[in-house]
Design a protein around this ligand. Sequence first.
Ligand code: F6P
Length: 326
Amino acid sequence: MEKKEFKRIGVLTSGGDAPGMNAAIRAVVRSGLYHGLQVFGIRRGYEGLLEGEITEMGNHSVSNIINRGGTVLLTARSVEFNTPEGVARGKAMAEIFRLDALVIIGGDGSFRGAGDLHRLGVPVVGIPATIDNDIGCSDYTIGYDTAMNTVKEAIDRIKDTAYSHERCSVVEVMGRNAGYIAVNCGIAGGAEACIIPEKEFDVGEDIIKPILSCRNAGKHHYIVINAEGVGKTMEIAEEIRSKTGISTTTTILGHQQRGGSPTVRDRVAASLMGAKATELLSQGISGRIVAMRGESVIDLDIEEALNMKKEISEDLIRTGKILSLY
Ligand code: F6P
């Protein structure tokens, strides 16, 4: 494990925003100050690092943000930072501002950037934050719970109208190439079928057949959850409509899934992981990713963490299917 003395640290949020990022920023600032570090906020993620949008933060500057969605530091998906020249410029800017270490709050793209900085000798610590929950090294990512609750509420509303009109509703949820939101919200929303990118599917077998067996048993409203990584939501709805004659609507939930006040789970996970990041830095430790393993906060070597993979529980998928039987 690398050990150096860190006095001035920078914190940034990068990639897609996630509810709870503010709680993580607050935790980094307040616990950093508690450990005697000076903390600097970098605006607009890696874009702001490249542009030198860096200002000192105090306890007061993170007051009244734990309850807010989005990120007060703003975020971006930096194209320039994806190049070796961009990363080198980022390192140079950190040196100009005399930042001894950086805390990177974000998802897999942000962690790739953190890995690049680390390999150039910039001390970094990463905190996983994305609604997709698709970071291999961590059981949980900041924002996931809030997003799932937003989706659950949307499905409940869609279900009311699907029931009243005796319709089928196909609901597309976010998750990039992962089906974590879809599979959990399929269960929570009582869906008849749930399609995720990790599993091959057949529209006839996996969607139309369950809908028709529900209809034969007397049901008249149906929810199908489709993960965005599968796509083709309109085509799937059209196939249901043409093959069953059932009136079928589509709803793409989109960016509402990224907003909203974070749940308790997200606020607490973000607070614990933010505090862990500065605890490591106060001990002179960097090149780490902070992660959740069950309810515990752990830290892992960054290179090891970046290569880790995780899989959706087969039990969740199987249980979702069993419980949709009518
Ligand atoms: O990673 C979070 C996420 O919301 C994904 O679920 C989605 O695929 C993507 O970001 C959308 O990104 P953008 O807001 O840049 O369109």
